[in-house]
Ligand binder design. Structure first.
Ligand code: TC6
Length: 687
């Protein structure tokens, strides 16, 4: 049965799309749309057309699962579909609810009119998939919404709301009440108007940009940092430039060429892979199908430090009450004060109203009494990393928490099984590892203990979605997925310093690779003193020495780099001296280190660690590891994640590099047999 059906209301043809879950514009939908428009053209009795989506949304875009398959190019392709719609001899009205995204917005732009419910959203998220709106979107959107708005929407991929869309002329009428009924009434109003308004023929909104072509370079400069490394934003800009500089018929050809170039590139493949990786991460293999989540109405957080405060904010922002516990009034006041300040800073940026800040803070109950957690459905411990302290807390919680409450630890490294064993309810215990700053970072590692109950896991995954996190399930292994993979990278980076590389060189290689910062920049940001034993007489490595010298990173104006008052780094002669001293002390011979060696020793070893994690069953799938690294550590999404990147590099090349470097990788290095066997079989990690 075709996902497109039609019905007649008076002399208006209603074209309904029914392709759950998001009415993606797969081949059958495209075919159905063309047939419906052709029928409208052919039937004398039809005076206008309304296109509407059944279910939760208008068309949310092209069908991404068709990309890379022959279906994506099966006729009619979307550029043909939108032209057929625009060239319909009867007025066509797009009736939008949910999201008109990507190809969906391109369909709406090709319609002669657009009406929408106030909750509808409009966007061109293609850039997030490494491509551009390739069905006339870069040509029609600037003509309808203006060049500046089109640039912003198409390079960010972020949608705008219906009200804004209405204000800028993208939507002709906002509909309160029944969408179909009002869209039909609208179609009746406009049925006789000729000539039909065609987006591709509009010129008025291009005039400003034609008078000021420098706006494109200004836009490039203003966003250079954000676009660094990505191919798609520049192609989007070029394509919109063509819309301004050339007639429509030529502009679409430029758009097509740029689209095809992007689509055949590695970045598009990586970003499209990542789209599905993110959604797959939410699925847990092997759970009984009838597993139902537990009800979470109230959350308790132990510890009002940076982590505890940030974790609490997630729940407060989602409207879930939080009881936060500290050991002293001073710490409690400091913690809640910082939370309020963070909310106020968000409000100052216009992302929250003062009223919303008040509402969030009103849901917070600060207390010094652990017993106040007795009525919480979920309790998250967020105190410092010390197993004894954590065990003591969980023993107390076991006595306080109500039956069925979920007990979680925010530990970054420690064994959830050991923690769970201190309670009489290990089935209710799991790890919820948030990343700092916890109110901002999207990643949540959900650590599944040996005895964690299925419904506890399902609850955590559902709750993550409620607080807008991307959750990945990890097994109990030191450092879980993310931090475990960070360890070989850090070990090799430190060793490379001794062998002749500088912090600047190692960081540069990582930044050029696309990471937001290198290992030493990260250490300076997080604090060189983190995890330091604080004994100035016990100097075991370069980091200890820097910490003992008070070079604790950015906060002290000195770490692996020197910092000026604006926190701009410069290479430090003191650090160079410390490294030199340490080289002599350890008798390490200095040699020239190539950038390639840095990649092999810091990134290939991470890939190997990822493969060991898979081998040990500590991650469900390779793509989960990629989700951790993109959302938790800023791995460039245009490289897909470490596992996808390894596949694009070729596993044989990775194994060969690791074997070549093996003599330098230290006594604890173990080559993953999974990696080796996949390399030998010519297989991939992500498949
Ligand atoms: C484009 O249009 C290019 C045009 C140029 C042509 C020349 N295709 O996210 P959810 C699936 S590019 C296929 O969990 P939500 C998704 O995998 C496209 N599948 O739901 C998931 O499947 P599962 C531009 C899709 O309510 C299920 O639907 N458009 C697509 O949280 C539910 O998804 C976009 O980039 C798709 N386009 O959010 C929009 N979209 O259940 C991408 C979703 O098997 N989509 N699925 O795991 C979204 O941003 C969101 O899905 C949403 C709904 C906001 C529409």
């Amino acid at each position: 049965m075709s996902p497109i059906s039609t019905k007649i209301h008076g002399d208006i043809l209603i074209v309904e799309a029914n392709n759950p879950p998001v009415n993606a514009l797969g081949h059958a939908v495209r075919e159905g749309l063309v047939k419906a428009i052709e029928a409208a053209d052919a039937k004398e009795a039809v005076k206008a057309v309304v296109i509407i989506g059944l279910g939760q949304t208008f068309f949310a875009g092209a069908d991404i699962s068709e990309f890379g398959t022959p279906k994506a190019f099966a006729q009619p392709v979307l550029p043909q579909v939108v032209d057929i719609i625009e060239n319909c001899t009867k007025p066509v009205v797009a009736a939008v609810h949910g999201t008109a995204l990507g190809g969906g917005l391109e369909v709406a732009l090709a319609c002669h009119y657009r009406v929408a419910v106030p909750s509808a959203k409009f966007g061109v998220p293609e850039v997030k998939l490494g491509i551009l709106p390739g069905a006339g979107g870069t040509q029609r959107l600037p003509r309808v919404a203006g060049v500046a708005k089109a640039l912003e929407m198409a390079t960010s991929g972020n949608p705008i709301g219906a009200k804004e869309a209405h204000d800028i002329g993208l939507v002709d009428r906002l509909i309160e009440g029944d969408l179909e009924q009002h869209a039909v009434a609208f179609a009746e109003e406009v049925r006789a108007i000729r000539p039909l308004p065609k987006s591709s023929e509009r010129d008025d909104k291009l005039a400003e940009a034609r008078a000021n072509p420098a706006l494109f370079d200004d836009f490039r400069k203003a966003n250079a940092k954000k676009f660094r490394g990505f191919d798609a934003p520049e192609a989007v800009i070029k394509s919109i430039e063509a819309a301004v500089a050339k007639p429509y018929a030529e502009g679409v050809l430029d758009e097509r060429k740029l689209f095809m170039e992007l689509m055949s590139g590695t970045q598009a493949k990586a970003q499209q892979y990542f789209f599905f990786a993110e959604r797959k991460a939410a699925k847990i293999e092997g759970l009984p199908e009838d597993t139902r989540p537990r009800d979470i109405r109230k959350v308790g957080v132990i510890g009002a430090g940076t982590m505890g405060g940030g974790i609490s904010m997630n729940f407060l922002s989602a409207g879930i009450p939080v009881t936060i516990v500290e050991t002293t009034q001073e710490a409690l006041d400091r913690g809640t004060g910082i939370m309020l300040k963070n909310y106020e800073a968000t409000a100052a940026k216009g992302r929250m109203t003062a009223e919303q800040v008040g509402q969030a803070m009103a849901l917070l109950t600060p207390t010094l009494d652990l017993n106040a957690l007795a009525d919480c459905d979920l309790i998250i411990e967020a105190v410092f990393e010390n197993m004894d302290v954590k065990k003591e807390i969980f023993t107390k919680l076991d006595a306080i928490a109500r039956a069925g409450a979920i007990l979680a630890s925010n530990t970054s490294y420690l064994s959830i099984d050991e923690i769970a064993a201190t309670t009489k309810r290990p089935q209710d215990v799991l790890g919820l590892h948030f990343f700092s700053p916890a109110n901002v970072m999207k990643l949540l590692e959900v650590v599944r203990g040996a005895k964690t109950a299925p419904d506890v896991l399902v609850t955590a995954m559902q709750l993550a979605k409620r607080i807008r996190k991307v959750a990945v399930v990890a097994g109990v292994t030191y450092g879980f997925i993310g931090n475990r993979m960070l360890m070989p990278r850090q070990l090799q980076a430190n060793q490379l310093l001794l062998e002749g590389a500088s912090p600047e060189q190692i960081d540069r290689v990582h930044v050029e690779f696309g990471m937001p910062m290198g290992p030493f920049q990260m250490a300076d940001l997080a604090g060189v003193d983190i995890g330091w034993h604080r004994d100035p007489n016990r100097i075991e490595n370069i980091r200890d020495k820097l910490a003992a010298l008070g070079r604790w990173g950015q906060k002290k104006g000195a770490g692996y780099y020197d910092y000026d008052e604006k926190r701009r780094p410069t290479p430090s002669p003191v650090v160079a001296e410390v490294i030199d001293e340490w080289r002599k002390k350890t008798g390490t011979e200095q040699r020239e280190i190539t950038d390639q060696e840095i990649i092999e020793r810091t990134l290939y070893t991470m890939v190997n660690e990822g493969a060991l994690i898979l081998e040990g069953g500590f991650a469900q799938r390779a793509s989960d590891i990629d989700v951790v690294w993109v959302y938790g550590y800023g791995w460039p999404v245009y490289r897909g994640g470490p596992m996808f990147w390894a596949d694009t590099e070729g596993l044989a090349k990775i194994v060969e590099g690791l074997k070549r470097q093996q003599p330098r990788l230290g006594p604890d290095f173990r080559l993953s047999s999974l990696l080796v066997s996949k390399a030998e079989a010519g297989e991939k990690l992500t498949r």
